[in-house]
Design a protein around this ligand. Structure first.
Ligand SMILES: Cc1cc2nc3c(=O)[nH]c(=O)nc-3n(C[C@H](O)[C@H](O)[C@H](O)COP(=O)(O)O)c2cc1C
Length: 192
């Protein structure tokens, strides 16, 4: 039997990523986000959504500089990622508090957190208001990855990245499971 649940924002699986930007004084802001997704192949683009009804420093910085990065935490970074989603850059230097370091991205004026194994560098393409959140689409202009998590084709190895997953219903972090099939192949068995 199916039951109806109260409407809420919901997506499975949900990532936990960290958006970063410089504020007007050059201080690096970082903010944990579950509202993040791919949204275009050409040009490559991603979208994030940040609550505009609450005071989020990273949102202000992204809208001012029009550039940002998204770092992909690994499961081992759950505590640091959580911290950056609890406290505000208005009150403390979160990146420093968790013992992380950062440097300027290659192609945009935004910080890259060195400890994250993959970071995408984005230029703001489009901003729109969606209810409580400001939805920001960023063109991906560069991707930085640690060499030791690449496979022999030079692509990010998902298992080596070990990306952090998040359940926004239970408010829990998860490690992803094992590979179960090849995409664009396993479904072919139903082809008539
Ligand atoms: C797992 C997790 C996911 C979150 N996802 C979002 C999100 O998608 N959008 C958002 O506006 N805030 C989200 N938050 C809350 C912000 O990260 C939090 O308010 C943060 O303190 C804002 O920091 P800032 O003021 O330095 O920008 C999330 C927090 C956690 C712990």
């Amino acid at each position: 039997m199916k039951v109806n649940l109260k409407p809420r924002s919901m997506m499975y699986p949900s990532p936990a990523v960290v958006a970063t930007a410089y504020d007007s004084e050059g201080k690096a802001d970082a903010c944990t986000l579950a509202f993040a997704a791919m949204c275009s192949h050409r040009p490559p683009a991603v979208m994030i959504a940040i609550n505009s009804t609450l005071k989020r420093k990273t949102l202000k910085s992204i809208l001012e500089t029009k550039e940002f990065c998204i770092g992909f935490p690994s499961a081992e970074h759950a505590a640091q990622t959580d911290y950056m989603g609890i406290f505000s850059g208005y009150d403390t230097d979160k990146i420093d508090d968790v013992g992380f370091t950062h440097k300027k991205a290659e192609m945009v004026n935004a910080p890259v957190i060195n400890e994250f194994k993959v970071s995408v560098e984005c230029r703001v393409m489009h901003v729109s208001e969606v209810g409580s959140h400001t939805q920001i689409t960023g063109e991906v202009v560069n991707i930085q990855a640690d060499e030791d998590i690449l496979n022999n084709k030079g692509k990010v190895d998902f298992e080596k990245l070990d990306p952090l997953a998040y359940d926004d219903v239970g408010y829990d972090y998860y490690r992803m499971g094992e590979k179960i099939a090849d995409a664009f192949k396993i479904g072919l068995k139903y082809k008539k």
